[in-house]
Design a protein. Structure first.
Length: 118
């Protein structure tokens, strides 16, 4: 599975951005597509998880502001981020979790930087 993330940039507080993550390869084996972020000097954290069945799990810090969606025809997952705050500044990564008879594997995109200015 290969993941290509895009859409990051610089935005003022209160603004919006939409991130995209295009998946290719063995996309049929993906159990979940997730967005993580890593703020400067901090550990990577889950932003939202999206299962193949469509269930979502948002971090409390982004509930009501971020929305994940999927375009199945394009194998692309989007993260719409509204009402952005300076604390949302981070490198955002898309992640694909693949399960098989030999185990569970994580694949990562290259990351896209989101900077929110106050």
């Amino acid at each position: 599975v290969q993941l290509q993330a895009s859409g990051g940039g610089l935005v003022q507080a209160g603004g919006s951005l939409r991130l995209s993550c295009a998946a290719s390869g063995s996309v049929g084996s993906i159990n979940a597509l997730n967005w993580y972020r890593q703020p400067p000097g901090k550990q990577r954290e889950l932003v939202v998880g999206l299962t193949a069945g469509g269930s979502t799990d948002y971090a409390d810090s982004v509930k009501g502001r971020f929305t994940v969606s999927r375009d199945g025809t394009k194998n692309t997952v989007y993260l719409q981020m509204n009402s952005l705050k300076p604390e949302d500044t981070a490198v955002y990564y898309c992640n694909a979790r693949v399960g098989s008879h030999v185990g569970i594997f994580d694949y990562w995109g290259q990351g896209t930087l989101v900077t929110v200015s106050s």
